[in-house]
Unconditional design. Sequence first.
Lengths: 338, 257
Amino acid sequence: MKIIEEGQGELVGWYDPDEHRRWVAKNKSRELKDKRIDPKKAVGKYIKDGDFIASGGFGHIRVSMALIYEIVRQGIKELTMAGKTAVHDSDILIGAGCVNRVEVAYTFGHELRGLSPASRRAVESGECEVVAEISNAAYQWRFLAGAMGVPFIPSRVLLGTDTFKHSSAKKVEDPYSKRPVCIVPSCNPDVAMIHVHRCDKYGNAQIDGIAVEDIQLARAARRLIITTEEIIDDEIIREKPWRTAIPFYHVDAVVEVPYGSHPCEMPYLYFFDEEHIAEWLRSSKTPEGTEKYFEKYIFGVKDHDEYIELVGGSDNIQKLHEIENYERPMSAPWLRGD
Amino acid sequence: MEYAEEYTATELLACVASHLLENGKTFFVGTGLPMIACMLAQRTHAPDSLIIFEAGGIGPKIPALPISVGDSRTFHKAVSASTMHDVMSAAQSGYIDYGFLGAAQLDPYGNINTTVIGEHRRPKARLPGSGGANDIGSLCWNTIVLMRQDKRRFVEKLDFLTTPGYLNGPGEREKAGLPENTGPYRVITQLGVYGFHEESKRLTLLERYPGVTLQDIKEHSGFEIVIPEHHNVSAPPTIDEQRILHEIDPEGMVLKK
């Protein structure tokens, strides 16, 4: 295959397919075993300084926030993160100094709510490095290739742009059409964290609503920690096996964390906690405010249950549940112009 | 048809954008103004159109304006709650007619920057990056850019080319390997509507808004816009359109911004 042009971005998370097969054969258990573990132990066991991590969901939707907070609590450092529309998760981790390298499809923004003060400060001062640029479609195709066990996937995005020049993709001559095509390299992150609606103790997981790219990411990641709103009996999984988005053999740890996505949305269960997201955006305008936020909401609580109590407990969750299900109108500080 | 006597620039923009959308087509949309424009088109002249979101929502019955292109409003009573792989593949296979983009900077060929202002390594301002923009701009048959126009945003040379327009001119997209017959279709700003010159592929004025002069158009651009002798003045929103817009966004999430 003739290489026409090569992106100059850093190639992160790529392994020779045979090397990856060997790693899987040696390290991934095929045993149907109870994988339940608490968030502290899951993070301690599977996430290490310098790892390349990816967080599931999309933006502020269905995010493993309980694990994100736990990474900050344990002070894990020098992580590289997949900025695959990584928004609140990456903002917290970059703001806390846990992540200092990102491959960016979409990061440093909170969509309609505005830009991220903490992570922008880090990237504009050089504390956090953008190691490569990519697009949303190309990123999830990197995971698809990683999940398929092939070294790359051809696509027709990125071509002709600076996004390509700063990516780890290559432009080659398609051996069939003879036209230029963009090949994106496979990606097998060291660890992925994915929050789901329910799973059994083995890790067989169901997701309600859009799966975004979690089908691909779950299968591409070397280690996969599932956080779940609830653990259900595996008989229920087996009644509707077509509902299993992620089968157990991809899963290394199962962590039960009700409201584990807060302040992000969990489709059909609870809406974004706009007041809390606004508090973060306000606090993170200064380094001192950022520190205070972490002191209060992360270091000041021992676990996610205590955090949920601190942010309003069951009354607040009930309110967010009603907004999610159109029983109560949404309101947001950014909507009121605050 | 009865026109509204008073209206805001945002209302006009939403109406102008909705008029571009044909019935029976697919729209790949973002949140905010594009969302409102598509919903308005669906409720007026384009009832048989399909709204698709990049995170996987396909054909929802949208009960309230989504905040994010992935929140549960984007797949409420949808025909499918799918994956990004699925909808991006649909775009790559030619199923998506219109895609919407925003931009921090735009050049004369409709190329877009949403990545950095200044140097990439040590940016003056770091912006979110491509997100789905590069994909939409590469793969949809027609892309429509909605943005504010001024000298800092309409620039001769981008700080960073995030999403392809016509690159360096005619034939360049195909040469780069992008799908044939795709590219920017319209640019809509607070002053008017632009297309691209058939031969040069440079930004060309099609319509200016009521009360906007050619001088205004020129003063709000850092590059020379092609201004044909014959161009139109946009119609103001109709009273019906204005009413529907406020039914779609009763809280003013987008209309009051």
